[in-house]
Write a protein that binds this ligand. Structure first.
Ligand code: COA
Length: 333
């Protein structure tokens, strides 16, 4: 089994930023409530000239440039998203826009766990020796799917895309030192973006369903309890399984959903808050994009350096959650 090196990253966010203050003109909320409960100060919202495809393509191209690769070098493009431009798949559009003519491209849906699940999936193809170079993209445009009159959810989410370039390498040099993945569909109702139950009488005795999705529905308190229980548990299991002490970690790179969740996880492992990466204040929860978006920012500003050890965890709808122990192997910024 080969290893997988993380050798480049890139990101792209929409041009428009909406602050909490601005949002309070649209829905009954305020900056103080949102900041104190979530840590979010603003979010990016994709406009009419932007799309999941354009954001994901820009992020992917930036990751290719960072790794020093050409698009034709790619064997695989995995796009983690729950908000595709096309339900048949958005990854092939990105592949086409990049000109990655040799790469197979497909979407993977696991909500806010999607990026980590995709990274782990890519590692299986690289590890088996069947592929050498892949781009793993996390991209979401949940602003399409929030109810802007539901203040309990609409303040939380934003749009964005980010990508990581990964390459097969000798097992001893791998950047994926261990992982865990979990799902619990019995708690699915806690957080959904579900098919609506519209239907149409097609023929006598035959009724067909109509396509369409209801806006995001969330039981915030249940999701919060899930996150502060399961994320520390899965990280503890991963650290124990890989023989890693929390003190050895350079960074905690968690899904950016809520600052209180980040702080609770850090406290559980006695990781100083200065070693917890957070950009919630600027972007909110960009779902599958949060982890690579945060990684890209921290790599580019020099916080994450080659050789640094990161414990990452994604969690969200499904319910789904996962964790990975990563060593950054990209170039200096
Ligand atoms: N602005 C102002 N007031 C708000 C508000 C908003 N945006 N959203 C909710 N409120 C109000 C509620 O109406 C409620 O008022 P009431 O007591 O008069 O009915 C009060 O604030 C408390 O609401 P509650 O839902 O109990 O708040 P909370 O402390 O649980 O915080 C979340 C809500 C969403 C911030 C919190 O539950 C959370 O972060 N959950 C996890 C969500 C998450 O991470 N989801 C994504 C996972 S990938």
């Amino acid at each position: 089994m080969q290893g997988m090196a993380l050798v480049g990253c890139g990101s792209a966010v929409p041009a428009a930023s909406v602050t909490n203050q601005q949002l309070s003109a649209r829905v009954d909320t305020n900056d103080d409530w949102i900041r104190s409960r979530t840590g979010i100060g603003a979010r990016r919202i994709a406009g009419p000239l932007e799309s999941l495809t354009t954001l994901a393509t820009r992020a992917a191209q930036a990751a290719l440039d960072h790794a020093g690769w050409r698009a034709e070098d790619l064997d695989l493009i995995l796009l983690a998203t729950s908000s595709p431009d096309d339900l048949f798949g958005t990854a092939p559009r990105v592949q086409g826009a990049l000109g990655a003519s040799r790469a197979v491209a497909f979407d993977l849906t696991a909500a806010c766990s999607g990026f980590l699940f995709s990274l782990i999936t890519a590692a299986q193809y690289l590890g088996s020796g069947s592929m050498r170079r892949a781009l793993v993209i996390g991209a979401d445009q949940l602003s399409r799917w929030v109810d802007w009159d539901d203040r309990r959810t609409c303040v939380l989410f934003g749009d964005g895309a980010a990508a990581v370039a990964v390459e097969a390498c000798p097992a001893a040099e791998t950047g994926l030192l261990g992982f865990r993945m979990r799902s619990d569909g019995s708690r699915n109702a806690c957080l959904t973006l579900a098919q609506t139950d519209g239907h149409e009488l097609l023929l006598d005795g035959i009724t067909a369903q109509c396509g369409g999705f209801a806006p995001i529905q969330m039981n915030g308190q249940e999701v919060y309890k899930f996150a502060v229980r399961e994320v520390p548990a899965i990280l503890a299991d991963l650290l124990e399984g890989t023989g890693t002490a929390a003190a050895e970690l350079d960074w905690l790179l968690l899904h950016q959903a809520n600052q209180r969740i980040l702080d609770a996880v850090a406290d559980r492992f006695a990781v100083p808050h200065s070693r917890v990466l957070s950009n919630l204040a600027h972007y909110g929860n960009t779902s599958a994009a949060t982890i690579p978006l945060m990684l890209d920012e921290a790599v580019r500003d020099g916080r994450v350096r080659p050789g640094h050890l990161l414990a990452s965890s994604g969690f969200g709808a499904g319910l789904s959650w996962g964790a990975a122990l990563l060593r950054w192997g990209g170039p200096e910024p």
